[in-house]
Design a protein around this ligand. Structure first.
Ligand SMILES: Nc1ncnc2c1ncn2[C@@H]1O[C@H](COP(=O)(O)OP(=O)(O)O)[C@@H](O)[C@H]1O
Ligand SMILES: [Mg+2]
Length: 259
């Protein structure tokens, strides 16, 4: 089920090169970053910080001179950029220099003639090829798809979603791209994706959720799985600050609330 480069995730493997997320707490949990070339599911209920984490991941990449590509399905890029501007870590020149590139997938659908409701097998092949061509032409080291769930609504069938992800994953891995696929899940559902096939195909799962503490709802983060590295599976409290995401170990005794 895994991709060829990750066929043997033995811990004795030669250490993998890392994609440093630049989110300090997350890099710490992962022992230096996401193993380069991994395709990672970033799952969680609405409002848990998936889009914010994804954007911060890309901005830090662009700052390091890596090309970063945000594929937006649900939100218009200009709104995302506007919101991003309120964070201290954002620099507009990264967009001007094309280190940080935003593409609205609905515009791509339209250009490819894929603006009908349910995508056929041929449509999905065309879309996959176009996305991989785009990633290659941008020379993207980091890609975010926000969200896989929204795209999945149009692919619909489990086996087609699995095939789409396998082909996409193989292409991205060949290009050496590290990818976050955003997955919207309902709170309390105890799953990582809407179809249940997505988690089997990916190299890693980062789960965001909510936890209650004395009448407050905290945001929490947990690395559930990550091929190519040892990592903590503990829950961390994640705070959204103007400086970006901050993480601290979650004190025992607080109850997690789904996600
Ligand atoms: N620029 C910002 N400054 C402060 N908080 C923000 C900012 N942007 C988003 N947030 C907080 O993060 C929440 C949602 O984050 P978001 O990353 O969009 O979550 P998700 O993608 O998981 O739905 C918002 O409801 C808000 O509380
Ligand atoms: Mg979002």
């Amino acid at each position: 089920m895994g991709r060829p480069s990750n066929a043997d995730p033995s811990p004795k493997d030669v250490p993998r090169e890392r994609c440093v997320t630049g989110i300090e707490g997350l890099d710490h949990i992962l022992g230096g970053g996401i193993p380069k070339g991994n395709m990672v599911l970033l799952a969680g209920p609405v409002g848990t910080g998936k889009t914010t984490l994804s954007l911060e991941f890309l901005v830090h990449g662009a700052e390091r001179g890596e090309s970063s590509l945000f594929l937006s399905v649900t939100e218009a890029s200009n709104k995302l950029i506007e919101n991003l501007s309120s964070f201290d870590f954002f620099r507009k020149d990264l967009i001007k220099s094309n280190k940080l590139v935003f593409v609205d997938l609905p515009i791509m659908y339209e250009r490819l003639g894929l603006d009908h409701e349910e995508l056929t097998v041929e449509d999905i092949e065309l879309l996959t090829r176009s996305v991989l061509d785009l990633v290659e032409s941008v020379g993207a080291d980091r890609v975010v798809l926000d969200s896989l769930t929204s795209l999945g609504y149009r692919i619909r069938r489990d086996e087609r979603i699995r095939d789409f992800m396998l082909t996409l994953g193989q292409g991205l891995s060949r290009l050496g791209t590290t990818t976050l696929l955003v997955s919207e899940v309902a709170p309390m559902e105890g799953r990582y994706s809407s179809h249940g096939v997505e988690e089997a195909v990916v190299d890693g799962i980062i789960l965001l959720g909510n936890a209650s503490r004395q009448g407050d709802i905290l945001r929490v983060l947990q690395v559930v799985k990550m091929r190519g590295t040892a990592h903590s599976r503990s829950q961390y409290v994640m705070e959204l600050t103007p400086l970006g995401l901050l993480m601290a170990p979650h004190l025992k005794g607080n109850r997690a609330q789904g996600g």
